[in-house]
Design a protein around this ligand. Structure first.
Ligand SMILES: C=CC1=C(C)c2cc3[nH]c(cc4nc(cc5[nH]c(cc1n2)c(C)c5CCC(=O)O)C(CCC(=O)O)=C4C)c(C)c3C=C
Ligand SMILES: [Fe+2]
Ligand SMILES: [Fe+2]
Length: 336
């Protein structure tokens, strides 16, 4: 029987170290079929939906994909940029800027779901002679549903290679000094421009509560990072709050929920709120639409005056410097 391994490309030099940035992924177009394709790949990942196939597949194929894809495509259309989905555009710009900061090795980006896929980018790097790989998932806080599944996809691809690269993986950077500096500057820059709101809300993507009970460190890392930022910003306990957004399905997710909190604050007479989403390295549907549009409506409808969304770090220089320094630290001891 022929072994299932791909031949190693002929060695052409001493081997290369490469950095791979990975983000979640996004549809190729703001259309129903493209969103359906993307959601189907995403929601078949067992790290994301931990249900047995026989139970989940009928729900996914007959209820969720048909009902959700069109609705979500319209939301994507409302935030689409000239170069594509904001998540893709900002991740591409970030990777390009990081390449300038790390000129002596290739810096590439891939998406866990959709394009450019992890296998396609890894094969390109392999063809260029890559023998050492640093994987940096663009998630400051570790979760099995995000960071771990990136490693799964890398391992799945290289499990078919005869010569696998040496591998390093950055699991999280929620308390990294450089990243905290960048986040702090981002918030202060917003305040310099628009003044301080009555409250600063740290809104993180949610997870099923079940994941926390199973030992996922994500909520602890969200809390630790938000507290460090609040301290750096000199905020007292009643000036900031942490919530979780983007609930999916009927079971309980991490609480307190962002939308319910904003609704209550609107009713309680809180006038203005600044919302920052430190879990999102790049702006995307969950920030530009869910926070800046949907939750703004929730807040104002309940009586609030104004919700000001503080944009993600995206490709801004402080973010690039922080991630380049983080990568350099993890590359120590490797020739490049
Ligand atoms: C179904 C369960 C989901 C889990 C668990 C989950 C965790 C999780 N997601 C992010 C980051 C992003 N999620 C985004 C979109 C998105 N997330 C889910 C579901 C889960 N996420 C869905 C179904 C979608 C698609 C949109 C929708 O149908 O509502 C995005 C935005 C992508 C974009 O194209 O803009 C990001 C980013 C994290 C960090 C996380 C766990 C910590
Ligand atoms: Fe299926
Ligand atoms: Fe998500």
């Amino acid at each position: 029987m022929t072994p299932p391994y791909r031949d190693a490309p002929a060695a052409t030099g001493p081997g290369k170290t490469a950095v791979l940035l990975v983000n979640l992924g996004t549809p190729d177009a703001a259309t129903r079929p493209a969103v359906k394709r993307y959601l189907a790949q995403f929601l078949h990942d067992h790290r994301v939906v931990e249900l047995t196939r026989w139970l989940w597949c009928p729900i996914l194929h007959f209820i969720i994909l048909p009902l959700r894809s069109g609705k979500v495509a319209k939301k994507y259309a409302s935030i689409w940029m000239e170069g594509g989905s904001p998540l893709l555009v900002h991740t591409q710009r970030l990777a390009r800027a990081m390449q300038h900061s790390l000129p002596d090795l290739p810096v590439r980006m891939a998406m866990r779901y959709g394009n450019p896929s992890i296998p396609s980018v890894l094969r390109q790097l392999e063809a260029e002679g890559m023998t050492r790989l640093l994987v940096l998932p663009l998630y400051p806080q570790y979760s099995a549903s995000t960071s771990a599944t990136v490693l799964d996809a890398v391992n799945k691809e290289i499990s078919t290679w005869r010569r696998v690269p040496e591998l390093r993986f950055i699991a999280d950077y929620h308390d990294d000094g450089g990243w905290l500096d960048a986040m702090e500057s981002r918030i202060r820059a917003h305040w310099d421009l628009r003044g301080r709101a009555d409250k600063l809300l740290f809104s993180f993507h949610g997870l099923p509560k079940r994941f926390e009970r199973a030992g996922d460190p994500y909520p602890r890392q969200c809390e630790a990072g938000a507290r460090l930022l609040a301290q750096r910003l000199g905020l007292s306990e009643n000036e900031w709050f942490l919530t979780y957004q983007s609930r999916f399905g009927r079971e309980e997710w991490l609480q307190p929920y962002t939308d319910k909190t904003l609704e209550q604050w609107g009713k309680d007479g809180v006038g203005t709120v600044d919302v920052v989403c430190p879990g999102f390295a790049a702006d995307c549907l969950e920030t530009l639409e869910e926070i800046a549009v949907e939750n703004d409506e929730v807040f104002r409808h309940a009586g609030g005056k104004q919700l000001r969304y503080i944009s993600a770090l995206n490709e801004e220089p402080g973010h690039v410097a922080a991630l380049a320094a983080l990568a350099r630290r993890h590359l120590q001891g490797w020739p490049h």
